[in-house]
Design a protein around this ligand. Structure first.
Ligand code: NAP
Length: 291
């Protein structure tokens, strides 16, 4: 590690664009990685209002940024202003990472691969498993596409608004060629059967997210049991109401910090071509989350 590094006229810049963005954990996580890798690069956050996103994407070229992460609410909006999209980002029409390749802006989405890496480090693969995805919003779209492409035995998408689950199942059929996905409402007997039979449950809803920690879990505690993996994408708090319930039932809980670390690690690898120091990133993220 370089202890005497300082910003100079040659220092390169990467960033995250969001609105709001002050709460983002990416700057401490990415800067910790950049210092360990000894790269002359910094990572900063820019609060970009929706009306400013086109200009902000133009600024990646104008200012020669290495790349940016894109977070809520811009993941879909940036698609129109990029020169190229990788296959995953194109399929879900959402970008969380942009790389500036000599003035050509290419969009990627590392959320789905980030989830798979996070499961994998916990010793879980979705191949040949029955997977129940809870939610049908932005993160559920990325997760559904990744899971559908990972040879899961079965995939079900359960959502409060059933029509959105149906639209997402149609998208996965269209883009990933997997057309046997069950879309259904998150309540009722059929939902219960699917959740009880699932090997892996991935909660992509915002239920239990700070400051609404003390709510009932998105599915009843009795639906979960020993032998299941229950992963919650929500990472603040780490131990969500769903994960507490899963643990009480003997299921294995996996919190959302793993996905957050890995989606960032993959972004860093896209920008720098270096292997990301995942443990350093995790440590920085958990420290920032506690603070
Ligand atoms: P989003 O696009 O707004 O989708 C929210 C989803 O939650 C929708 O399916 C919505 O259902 C459902 N929902 C909200 N309130 C509900 C309730 N009271 N009961 C049942 N369902 C409810 O949000 P998102 O961007 O996908 O993010 C979802 C969560 O994932 C957030 O906590 C976010 O922080 C987390 N996340 C984590 C990572 C990570 O790296 N760990 C990455 C991305 C997101 P309806 O369709 O019926 O409204």
């Amino acid at each position: 590690m370089s202890h005497d590094w300082q910003i100079t006229g040659k220092t390169e810049v990467a960033a995250v664009y969001g609105w709001p963005v002050a709460h983002s954990l990416s700057p401490p996580m990415q800067n910790a990685a950049l210092r360990v890798l000894g790269l002359d690069m910094v990572y900063v956050a820019f609060a970009v209002p929706p009306a400013g996103i086109e200009a902000a994407v133009g600024a990646i070229k104008g200012l020669g940024l290495v790349g940016v992460n894109v977070t809520i609410p811009h993941k879909h909006a940036v698609v129109d202003y990029l020169d190229d999209l990788d296959e995953t980002a194109a399929a879900i029409s959402a970008v969380n990472t942009i790389r500036n390749e000599d003035g050509m802006l290419r969009g990627y989405n590392t959320d789905g691969p980030g989830l798979l890496r996070s499961l994998s480090e916990a010793g879980v693969t979705v191949a040949d498993k029955r997977v129940a995805i809870l939610g049908a919003g932005g993160s559920a779209t990325a997760v559904s596409m990744a899971v559908a492409r990972s040879r899961a035995e079965s995939v079900a998408i359960l959502n409060r608004t059933a029509a959105k689950a149906e639209r997402l199942a149609d998208l996965v059929c269209d883009k990933a060629g997997r057309c046997d996905i069950d879309p259904l409402p998150i309540e009722g007997d059929e939902a219960r059967e699917i959740v009880e039979a699932a090997d892996v449950i991935v909660d992509c809803t915002a239920v239990g997210m700070h400051p609404n920690e003390n709510v009932p879990p998105v599915v009843p505690e009795e639906w979960m049991h020993e032998g299941q993996i229950v992963c919650d994408l929500t990472y603040n708090p780490r131990e969500t109401v769903l994960l507490k319930a899963a643990a009480r039932r003997g299921a294995k809980p996996i919190d959302g910090t793993g996905m957050l670390v890995h989606q960032g690690a993959i972004a860093l690898e896209i920008w720098t071509g270096k292997t990301a120091p995942v443990e350093v990133m995790r440590e920085a993220l958990l420290k920032a989350l506690k603070a």
